[in-house]
Design a protein around this ligand. Structure first.
Ligand SMILES: NC(=O)c1ccc[n+]([C@@H]2O[C@H](COP(=O)([O-])OP(=O)(O)OC[C@H]3O[C@@H](n4cnc5c(N)ncnc54)[C@H](O)[C@@H]3O)[C@@H](O)[C@H]2O)c1
Length: 255
């Protein structure tokens, strides 16, 4: 089988009712995977739409909050029971409070940390123990952000497109967690990587003024362009790749 194909693979994608997550679910489905769609709402509608587009495969919606560890454990167990395995986990659900450190409330700080980093942790814990370890294989892709690498876009005082400190801290945490998981479970056949997008057109960025002139490719990215990188990292085509942070950012960050 072509290593980039995902025939007979089962994948769970969080925050997949819209935006980048839906593009990821679609890219995995195009390569042959069956996909579980997780979101606060709209997961069942998205799953039904994918079922129509890819009638040979199975799509199931799970409407839950990624911050709810018990609900996450139950959903992963139910997904594994229905599909036989969780081969791929994509942690994509995210929120971004666009307020500075002087204005951000304790609730906003906690929401971004608990959703972005805590939700990623909840799903990794539920998928790895016991399912991926039992199978002796698994590929995890966490969606971070270049904000977690460089602290986000520079602001000239206008709120503009600058995301807040909780967002940057949560995304930096995802990058560290990705490397920790990669080192901890590599010997057990589990890979863990991250895609760090630059600015991408989605509900998260709608109405925000992004200055992309610092990028070699001077435009916003599309959800499908992020999804291609995720599909690659999820697949056996990336069998020797783990602990990596793949920046898909139009060349904003180079090192
Ligand atoms: N759009 C960008 O420019 C950009 C850049 C870098 C990183 N990202 C990251 O990409 C991911 C997807 O973002 P997007 O741009 O598609 O935004 P989006 O707002 O369109 O999608 C985010 C999805 O996550 C879901 N979600 C939020 N909180 C949740 C929770 N507690 N439980 C379950 N689901 C929850 C939302 O309902 C939504 O469907 C996020 O992690 C975001 O931080 C986006």
């Amino acid at each position: 089988m072509e290593p980039n194909l995902l025939t007979n693979k089962s994948a769970l994608v969080t925050g997949a009712a819209q935006g980048i997550g839906l593009a990821i679910a679609t890219a995995l489905a195009k390569r042959g995977a069956s996909v579980g769609i997780v979101d606060l709402q709209g997961a069942e509608v998205a799953a039904a739409s994918l079922s129509q587009q890819f009638p040979e495969q199975t799509f199931t919606g799970y409407e839950l909050d990624v911050r709810d560890a018990e609900a996450v454990t139950a959903a992963v167990a139910s997904f594994v029971e229905a599909s036989g395995a969780i081969d791929i986990l994509v942690n994509n659900a995210g929120t971004a409070a666009r307020v500075g450190i002087d204005e951000i409330t304790a609730e906003q700080w906690q929401r971004d940390l608990d959703t972005n980093l805590g939700g990623t942790f909840n799903f990794i814990k539920a998928a790895v123990h016991p399912h991926m370890l039992h199978a002796g294989t698994g590929s995890i892709v966490n969606i971070s952000s270049i904000s977690g690498i460089n602290g986000g876009a520079v602001s000239d005082g206008e709120a503009g497109a600058r995301s807040g400190p909780a967002y940057a801290a949560s995304k930096g945490g995802i990058i560290a967690l990705t490397k920790w998981v990669a080192k901890e479970y590599g010997r057990q056949g589990i890979r863990c990587n991250s895609v760090a997008p630059g600015p991408v057109e989605s509900a998260l960025t709608a109405g925000q003024a992004y200055d992309t002139s610092n990028q070699a490719l001077d435009r916003m990215g599309t959800p499908a362009e992020i999804a291609e990188a995720v599909a690659y990292l999820a697949s056996d085509g990336a069998a020797f790749t783990t602990g990596q942070i793949l920046r898909i950012d139009g060349g904003a960050v180079m090192s």
